[in-house]
Design a protein around this ligand. Structure first.
Ligand SMILES: C[S@@+](CC[C@H](N)C(=O)[O-])C[C@H]1O[C@@H](n2cnc3c(N)ncnc32)[C@H](O)[C@@H]1O
Length: 278
């Protein structure tokens, strides 16, 4: 895809210049010392906290997450069922599995996973989001443990889970390898870590930032910073450095004619990954 910097500037989008990072960026360095060690950016958390009233509005600020939910839920369910020998067609296919959702926001994934029988714990550093998640789960009579906590707090307790999810979170985290190491600690040996995020490509700049934020207004301007996007190679390296083995990756692609998201081989923009703790 060709860039049209002048057009991006006209609509107010930040222009990618030749100075924009094209090499792996510093916070993604896997060798430890160059990264800040910061696993949380308070400004990112505040941005989501300010939108907390919108979590469960399918046409609100989180509309894209509502639209993504069926495809990512199916990916999570199918990987968990394959890994733990369950029948994905069963109504309670995840019965008894313990699942931790890190950065759960309003609980858009916690609720359907709980309905499939999983014992779900959702954590998010934004108290406002956890309050919205609790309120919604209580209206739906779902038993989900929600905590306004950081992954560090749960890891400090020594807790581990059959599966840990962190969906659409790593692109909001300053030091991704340090965050992945924390997530890995929370997976029990033999358990799974499932992630979704956005690749750092020109196509993701055009679609996820210029398209989704500036033209279609699907997301508030400033939701994403392109240089925080994470390539599949970087994510794989971070997961391996955290002692996990990558089992699978898959793209998620939007079909504007059908208005839905599908799994695809194309990981240029949105993608998922599944990794196992040996
Ligand atoms: C795009 S939302 C995704 C919410 C949810 N995972 C989903 O996919 O429906 C990003 C969430 O990550 C949370 N977050 C940001 N930085 C985080 C961090 N370092 N640790 C845990 N959660 C974080 C935000 O508060 C926000 O709720």
């Amino acid at each position: 895809m060709r860039r049209h910097p002048a057009a991006f500037a006209r609509i107010g989008a930040p222009v990618l210049t030749s100075e924009a990072p094209t090499e792996p960026i510093q916070h993604m360095t896997i060798d430890g010392e160059t990264a800040s060690g910061q696993t949380l950016d308070p400004k990112e958390v505040e941005r989501f906290a300010a939108l907390a009233a919108d979590w469960w509005d399918p046409n609100g600020k989180f509309k894209p997450l509502h639209e993504l939910n069926p495809v990512r839920l199916a990916y999570i369910r199918d990987h968990l069922c394959r890994h733990f020998g369950r029948d994905p067609r069963a109504a309670a296919s995840l019965e008894g599995l313990t699942v931790l959702d890190i950065g759960c926001g309003g609980g858009l994934l916690c609720e359907p996973l709980a309905r499939l029988g999983a014992q779900v714990t959702g954590i998010d550093p934004a108290e406002e989001s956890i309050a919205a998640a609790r309120q919604h789960a209580s209206r739906e009579a779902l038993d989900i443990a929600y905590l306004a906590s950081r992954a560090e707090d749960v890891a400090a307790d020594g807790a581990t889970f059959d599966a840990v999810l962190t969906m659409e979170v790593v692109e909001h985290v300053p030091d991704v390898p340090a965050f992945l190491a924390l997530c890995a600690k929370l997976v029990r040996p033999g358990g799974l870590l499932l992630l979704s995020t956005i690749n750092r490509t020109l196509k993701s700049y055009a679609l996820a930032i210029v398209g989704a934020e500036y033209i279609l207004r699907w997301l508030p301007v400033g939701t994403h910073q392109w240089d925080r996007f994470v390539t599949p190679g970087e994510l794989t390296a971070g997961l391996q450095a955290a002692g996990l083995g990558v089992l699978d990756s898959a793209g998620m692609v939007y079909n504007p004619l059908l208005g839905d998201w599908r799994l695809a081989a194309d990981t240029d923009v949105n993608y998922l990954m599944a990794a196992e703790r040996p």
